[in-house]
Design a protein around this ligand. Structure first.
Ligand SMILES: [Ca+2]
Length: 109
């Protein structure tokens, strides 16, 4: 019955990859509705993290452009924080890249 529910979820809810081994948290060979919900929430949280990172990168880029063009912050001060901003953007890009990479990698498996 749980196995039927699992198949129903995969076929009706979405075409996303939902590996049985990964969703089966307690390793009893059965993927219960609770485990499917946990797996869904985990995937949703990861997707939200990737989206927030992507939007943050865009906002940072726009803010840097606006600050640079209109000169809200003196160039000398901007130069001080530019290194940190670069590190933050690289870290956020890593989150987005990891999400994209693992999504496509799991989708191929
Ligand atoms: Ca289980």
């Amino acid at each position: 019955m749980d196995r039927d529910n699992y198949d129903r979820h995969t076929s009706i809810r979405s075409n996303r990859y939902r590996p049985k081994e990964e969703a089966d948290v307690n390793n009893d060979g059965i993927v219960s509705d609770d485990e499917v919900d946990i797996f869904d929430r985990k995937q949703l949280a990861q997707r939200h993290m990737a989206w927030v990172s992507l939007v943050s990168i865009i906002i940072i880029a726009i803010m840097l452009f606006v600050v640079g063009v209109f000169g809200f912050i003196p160039d000398a001060r901007l130069a001080i924080i530019l290194g940190e901003i670069g590190m933050v953007v690289i870290a956020l890009s890593g989150i987005v890249g990891a999400y994209m990479g693992f999504s496509s990698w799991l989708g191929r498996k």
